[in-house]
Design a protein around this ligand. Structure first.
Ligand code: NAG
Ligand code: NAG
Ligand code: NAG
Ligand code: NAG
Ligand code: NAG
Ligand code: NAG
Ligand code: NAG
Ligand code: NAG
Ligand code: NAG
Ligand code: NAG
Ligand code: NAG
Ligand code: NAG
Length: 635
C-alpha cells in the first residue's frame, strides 16, 4: 500500500518535469530505449514530438496533475532534458525522482530555484500529502541536490551520470582537417591497447594483428615489428574484400584476465571448426534451396565467428604481453551466412554494461536488398545488433533448448528476452551493413553507427547514414533506406509494411551524388566525436568520411544533448611536417588515401585513418595552414 501512496505523486512531479515542447530527450529515455515520435498530440502534455511517454501515461499524469495544486507555472512547466523516467532506475522503483546534476546550471539546481517556495500537494519528497514546500524539507540547494540529484559522479543514475555534466561547447566551424602519415602499410582497422598506454593493435583483413607504438606528435612513425604479429589467424580466416578478420575487442578486465575476442569469417568447406547454425532456416522463413548455388558458393558455406583468445602463458602479465596464444580458448559464436556480402561483424564491449555487442549486416544478395526480410524479422540475427553475456556460460542443454549460436548467455534486460517471436540476443534491429559503431568517449549513452546505403541505378536516393543506436531501436532497413522508402524487386521472404514499424531515422548522412568521386559509388566510414586535445577546432564534433577518400565532414550537435546534428563538408590536406610525406590526388591538395577502411581512436583520443595507402593521424589544423582561433599556436 505504501508503495502506491508514494508512487502516484512521484510519477506526477517527475513527468511534469519531463514534458514540455521546448525540450526533447534524445537519444535516450532512462530505460535506455529511444524516445519515439507519436502521431497524435498528447492531450495533457500538449505537443507531438519525441517522447518517452504514451497516451496512457499522459492521461494518468493529467489525472494526477490537478491533485498537485501547483499555482506557480514556472515550477510546473519545468523540463528535464536528461531523463524520461525519473522514478525508476534499472526497473527498480524509487520513492523520489532523480533530478540529475547538482551543478548551478543543472536541472536539480534550477528545480530548487523555481520550486523551493511553491506549495505542492502530494509533494513526492514529503511524507505527507498536505501542501509542502521544498524549502520546508531541505535547508539548502546543496542538501536538496545531494538527496535528489545524487553526486554528479554517480554512474548509476541519470543516464549514468554523463548527461548530467555540462562539457565545453562544441567548437565553431573548422576551416579544415590536417592529417599526417605514420605508416605505409594497409590495415583494416585499429584499436587502442586496453591498458591506456600509447600502444594500439592494427588488423589486416587477411587475419594478422600487430601491436604498435604510436609516436607523440612530430616524433616519427608507427613502431612495430612487421615480421612478428601479435596474433596470426590467417590459417582460419577467409579473406576477400567482404570477408576477413572483422574486429578485435578486449575483455573489460583484460589487464587481469588476459582475455580478448576476435570476429572473423571462415569457409566451412576448407577450415576445421567452422560450422554453426545456418541463418537461412525454417525459423527465419528462409529456404536454402531457393537461394541455391551462386557462383559455386552454397548458402552458409561462409560463416561468422566470434572466438575468445588469451595472452596467458606468453608473458608474466597481460599488460607486458607482446604476442598471444594461437590456441582458441572458447568459441563464443558461429553462424552460417546466406550470401557473400554485407555481414558486418564488428565486436565491442558496452562501456557501462560490460556486455559483448556484435553487429551483423543483412547477409547480402545486395542487388536485391535483403530478399528474405531478415533485417526486420526478429527471429533472425541478421541485420541486428546483438548483446551477449560472455562471462556466464550456458549448459549444453540450454544451447539446444534456446537455439543459441554458441557459448554465451542472455543478459536479463535484453529487450526481447520474453518475446517468443524474437531471438533473445537482439538489442536493436533494422540494419543493412553497419560500419562502424563508436561510443562518444565523453557520453557512453551515445553510440554512433554508420551504415552504407543500397546501390541503386539512381544515385539520388542512395543515402549513406549515421544513427544513434539504442535499446530496441528499429533503424528501418529494408522498409527504408535512410529517409526514403525502399522497394525491392525480389522478395521471397516477404516485406514489412511501413505502417507496422516505428523506425528511428538517421541523425545525419549524405546521398551518393553529393560526393566528389562522382562515380555513383560511395560508402560511409563512421566516425567519432572528436575528444582529443590535439585540434581544438574539432572538439565536440562528429568526424566522418567517405571510403573513396575524397570527402570528409564534421557534424555539430546544436543544442548539446538534443540529437540535432548539423553537418559541414570540410577541406583536408596533409601536414608539411608529416613524418612520411603524403602523395596527392593529381593536381589537388587532397592526400591520396585510396580506399579508407576505418576511422579509429587511440588512448589519447586522437583519430586515425587506416587506408589502402597507409595510416594517417589527424593533427593540429594550423600545421596545414588552416586557421583555428582556439589554437594557442595561432595567436
Ligand atoms: C501517422 O500519420 C501519418 C501521416 O499523417 C499516416 O499516414 C499514418 O497512417 C499514421 N499512422 C498511424 C499508426 O496512425
Ligand atoms: C504506455 O507505456 C506504458 C509504460 O510506460 C506501458 O505499460 C503501456 O502498455 C503503454 N500503453 C500503450 C497503449 O502503449
Ligand atoms: C556537486 O558535485 C561535486 C562533484 O561531484 C561535489 O564535489 C559537490 O560537493 C556537489 N555539490 C553538492 C551541493 O552536492
Ligand atoms: C613509405 O613510402 C615512401 C615512398 O613510397 C618511401 O620513400 C618511404 O621510405 C616509406 N616509408 C616507410 C617508413 O616505409
Ligand atoms: C622482429 O621479429 C622477428 C621474428 O620474431 C625477429 O627475428 C626480429 O629480431 C624482430 N626484430 C626486432 C627489431 O625486434
Ligand atoms: C578482474 O580479474 C581479477 C583477476 O582474475 C579478479 O580478481 C577481479 O575480481 C576481476 N575484476 C572484475 C571487475 O571482474
Ligand atoms: C588468464 O590468467 C588469469 C590470471 O591467472 C585468469 O584469471 C584467467 O582466467 C586466465 N585466462 C584464461 C583465458 O585462461
Ligand atoms: C541473389 O539471389 C538470387 C536468387 O538466389 C540469385 O539469382 C542472384 O545471383 C543473387 N545475387 C547476388 C548478388 O548474390
Ligand atoms: C563452446 O565452447 C567449446 C570450447 O571452445 C566448444 O568446443 C564448443 O563447440 C562451443 N559450443 C558452441 C555451441 O559453440
Ligand atoms: C521477463 O520476464 C521476467 C519474468 O516474468 C521478468 O522478471 C523480467 O523483468 C522480464 N524482462 C523483460 C526485459 O521484460
Ligand atoms: C517480414 O518481417 C516482418 C517483421 O517481422 C513481418 O511482419 C513480415 O510478416 C515478414 N514478411 C514475411 C512474408 O514473413
Ligand atoms: C538544429 O540546429 C540548427 C542549426 O544549428 C538550428 O537552426 C535549429 O534551430 C536546431 N533545431 C532544434 C530543434 O533545436
Amino acid at each position: 500500500m505504501g508503495v502506491e501512496i508514494v508512487t502516484v505523486p512521484v510519477l506526477l512531479l517527475s513527468t511534469l518535469l519531463i514534458l514540455s515542447p521546448s525540450c526533447f530527450s534524445l537519444p535516450l529515455c532512462t530505460d535506455s530505449t529511444s524516445p519515439i515520435t507519436r502521431n497524435t498530440t498528447l492531450a495533457f502534455c500538449g505537443y507531438s514530438g519525441s517522447t518517452c511517454c504514451n497516451a496512457t501515461d499522459d492521461s494518468a499524469i493529467q489525472a494526477q496533475f490537478s491533485a498537485m495544486n501547483i499555482a506557480d507555472s514556472s515550477c510546473a512547466s519545468k523540463c528535464n532534458p536528461y531523463s524520461g523516467e525519473l522514478y525508476t532506475v534499472d526497473d527498480a522503483p524509487r520513492t523520489t525522482p532523480i533530478l540529475c546534476s547538482n551543478m548551478t546550471d543543472g536541472f536539480c539546481a534550477s528545480t530548487w530555484d523555481t520550486c523551493k517556495n511553491v506549495a505542492i500537494t502530494n509533494n513526492p519528497f514529503a511524507t505527507t500529502s498536505a501542501p509542502t514546500k521544498l524549502s520546508d524539507l531541505y535547508h539548502s540547494e546543496a542538501d536538496f541536490c545531494m538527496s535528489a540529484g545524487g553526486p554528479v559522479t554517480d554512474q548509476t543514475v541519470c543516464l549514468n551520470g554523463n548527461s548530467a555534466s555540462f562539457p565545453p561547447t562544441t567548437s565553431a566551424s573548422p576551416e579544415g582537417i590536417c592529417i599526417e602519415k605514420l605508416d605505409n602499410a594497409t590495415f583494416f582497422s585499429m584499436v587502442p591497447h586496453p591498458d591506456g598506454s600509447n600502444r594500439v593493435f592494427l588488423l589486416t583483413l587477411a587475419g594478422k594483428i600487430f601491436l604498435a607504438e604510436v609516436p607523440n606528435n612530430g616524433m616519427g612513425t608507427l613502431k612495430y615489428n612487421a615480421s612478428q604479429p601479435f596474433l596470426d589467424l590467417t590459417d582460419r580466416v577467409n579473406v576477400d574484400f567482404e570477408f576477413g578478420l572483422q574486429g578485435i575487442t578486449f575483455h573489460p578486465n583484460f589487464t587481469n584476465n588476459g582475455r580478448f575476442y576476435v570476429s572473423y569469417n571462415c569457409d566451412s568447406k576448407t577450415t576445421p571448426n567452422c560450422l554453426g547454425k545456418c541463418s537461412c532456416n525454417p525459423e527465419t522463413g528462409c529456404d536454402p534451396s531457393v537461394i541455391g548455388v551462386i557462383d559455386g558458393v552454397e548458402p552458409c558455406q561462409y560463416q561468422e565467428v566470434v572466438a575468445e583468445y588469451t595472452v596467458n602463458g606468453t608473458s608474466s602479465s597481460p599488460v607486458t604481453a607482446t604476442v598471444a596464444s594461437r590456441i582458441e580458448v572458447r568459441r563464443i559464436f558461429t553462424m552460417g551466412l546466406p550470401y557473400t556480402t554485407q555481414h558486418a561483424g564488428e565486436v565491442f564491449f558496452g562501456p557501462e554494461d560490460g556486455y559483448l555487442y556484435l553487429m551483423l549486416g543483412d547477409g547480402g544478395n545486395e542487388t536485391n536488398g535483403d530478399p528474405w526480410n531478415f533485417s526486420q524479422k526478429k527471429k533472425s540475427l541478421l541485420g541486428k545488433s546483438l548483446r551477449l553475456d560472455i562471462n556466464h556460460f550456458p549448459t549444453p542443454a540450454d544451447i539446444i533448448n534456446l537455439g543459441l549460436f554458441g557459448n554465451y548467455t542472455i543478459p536479463s534486460d535484453n529487450p526481447f528476452i520474453n518475446n517468443s517471436n524474437s531471438r533473445p540476443e537482439i538489442w536493436a534491429l533494422g540494419f543493412r551493413n553497419p560500419w562502424r559503431c563508436n561510443y562518444d568517449s565523453d557520453r557512453p549513452s551515445y553510440l554512433f553507427c554508420g551504415e552504407t546505403g543500397q546501390d541503386h541505378a539512381n544515385t539520388s536516393t542512395t543515402f549513406e547514414k549515421v544513427s544513434l543506436v539504442t535499446k530496441a531501436g528499429n533503424y528501418g532497413w529494408r522498409v527504408y533506406d535512410g529517409f526514403d522508402l525502399y522497394n525491392p524487386t525480389y522478395t521471397p521472404g516477404g516485406s514489412t509494411p511501413p505502417s507496422s514499424i516505428n523506425p528511428i531515422f538517421p541523425i545525419l548522412g549524405y546521398y551518393h551524388y553529393e560526393t566528389h568521386s562522382n562515380t555513383g559509388l560511395a560508402a560511409i566510414v563512421a566516425g567519432f566525436v572528436y575528444r582529443a586535445k590535439t585540434d581544438p577546432c574539432l572538439f565536440g564534433r562528429f568526424v566522418y568520411l567517405d571510403a573513396y577518400g575524397f570527402d570528409m565532414w564534421t557534424a555539430a550537435e546544436i543544442p548539446y544533448m538534443s540529437g540535432n546534428f548539423t553537418t559541414q563538408r570540410v577541406d583536408f590536406t596533409c601536414s608539411k611536417q608529416s613524418p612520411i610525406p603524403c602523395d596527392f590526388v593529381d593536381s589537388t591538395t587532397i592526400p591520396k588515401l585510396s580506399f579508407v577502411f576505418s576511422i579509429s581512436q587511440d588512448n589519447n583520443e586522437d583519430l586515425f585513418l587506416t587506408a589502402q595507402t597507409g595510416v594517417y593521424r589527424i593533427v593540429r589544423s594550423v600545421h596545414c595552414g588552416y586557421k583555428c582561433n582556439r589554437d594557442s599556436e595561432n595567436r
